[in-house]
Design a protein around this ligand. Structure first.
Ligand SMILES: NC(=O)c1ccc[n+]([C@@H]2O[C@H](COP(=O)([O-])OP(=O)(O)OC[C@H]3O[C@@H](n4cnc5c(N)ncnc54)[C@H](OP(=O)(O)O)[C@@H]3O)[C@@H](O)[C@H]2O)c1
Length: 274
């Protein structure tokens, strides 16, 4: 994990891993070339270029002359599935036009399609649509479907101080179902190895996970590491979603939460939904 002022995203992790091969030139896209994470990559030898994925011109400019590309699209900036799909398709079209030989896309399953519309997971479904688009237009592409980051324990999943004792609760409604996870720093070396073996990975979707643990096992590790008691709160999905909805900040405004809650309510069986 990296300090927050040098936040390591998936793209940064991949750039660092590929930069270890001194024969390969790495071009990094960011909307802000002056941010510490961008400057750190420049110091390691990357060419850092201002690029907005919403601009076809920017995307064409950065991909021109490249052998391949690693692409992360993002839903979370403004909870906009259509925008994420458009960004992905813009990169797919440019990759096709410019003849890129290998794109690795940070995709995810199209849950809506897999469940025949029963469930909608907007930050998954859009990525699934982008995956399909890449392959449908014939771009040589590998999709990496990345497990939740362990770094989520630092923010979204941060253990919550209990009101009735000297301990902390992990508020993850997983019951005893193991949940996959991965550290962002481990994504780069895995993606670099995929770029090194195109014959093995082109046209495939590959899941990336370090391990799958139950919430109790995560709580045990956090307790041991932090020296504080962390417990699995055994929170239900419905209670967790209500809690998030009432929390201050972006979640209370979140169209994503509204849509997920709608999806859960439509399944009719809140407690058994994984
Ligand atoms: N959190 C998880 O556990 C998890 C697991 C698997 C997959 N994912 C997916 O991974 C993606 C990234 O999530 P994250 O938490 O790593 O987000 P993040 O740290 O905020 O990173 C998003 C990156 O996207 C870039 N970006 C956003 N909008 C852009 C635009 N218009 N043009 C160019 N670059 C843009 C940002 O670069 P600049 O700010 O430098 O421009 C930033 O580096 C999301 O789609 C998420 O669904 C997340």
């Amino acid at each position: 994990m990296y300090p927050s002022d040098r936040k390591l995203g998936e793209g940064g992790s991949v750039a660092r891993a590929i930069l270890e091969d001194k024969d390969i030139c790495v071009r990094v896209a960011t909307r802000d070339v002056t941010k510490p994470a961008a400057v750190a990559l420049q110091d390691l030898g990357a060419e850092v270029v201002k690029c907005d994925l919403n601009s076809k011109e920017d995307v064409n400019g950065i991909l021109k002359g490249a052998y391949g590309a690693f692409l992360v699209t993002t839903y979370w900036d403004d909870f906009n599935q259509e925008k994420e799909i458009k960004q992905g398709k813009t990169v797919a079209d440019a990759s096709k036009q410019l003849g890129l030989e290998h794109v690795v896309y940070s995709g995810l399953e199209n849950v809506k399609k897999l469940t025949k519309g029963k469930l909608e997971v907007p930050h998954f479904d859009g990525k699934g649509e982008v995956e399909e688009y890449f392959w449908s237009i014939g771009v040589p592409m590998t999709s990496v479907r990345i497990a939740p980051y362990f770094e989520n324990f630092l923010n979204l999943w941060k253990p919550v101080k209990a009101s009735d004792g000297d301990y902390y609760n992990l508020m993850l409604p997983m019951k005893d179902i193991p949940m996959d996870g991965i550290c962002i720093a481990d994504i780069g070396p895995a993606v670099a190895s995929i770029f090194r073996s195109p014959e093995e990975f082109l046209g495939k979707a590959v899941g990336l996970s370090a391990e799958a643990l139950t919430i109790q096992q995560y709580a045990d590790i956090l307790s041991k590491t932090l020296g504080k008691v962390v417990k699995d709160s055994k929170v239900s999905l419905l209670r967790q979603m209500k809690g998030l909805k009432h929390r201050e900040g972006e979640w209370s405004q979140s169209q994503q939460m509204e849509r997920q809650q709608d999806a859960v309510e439509r399944t009719g069986n809140l407690e058994s939904w994984p």
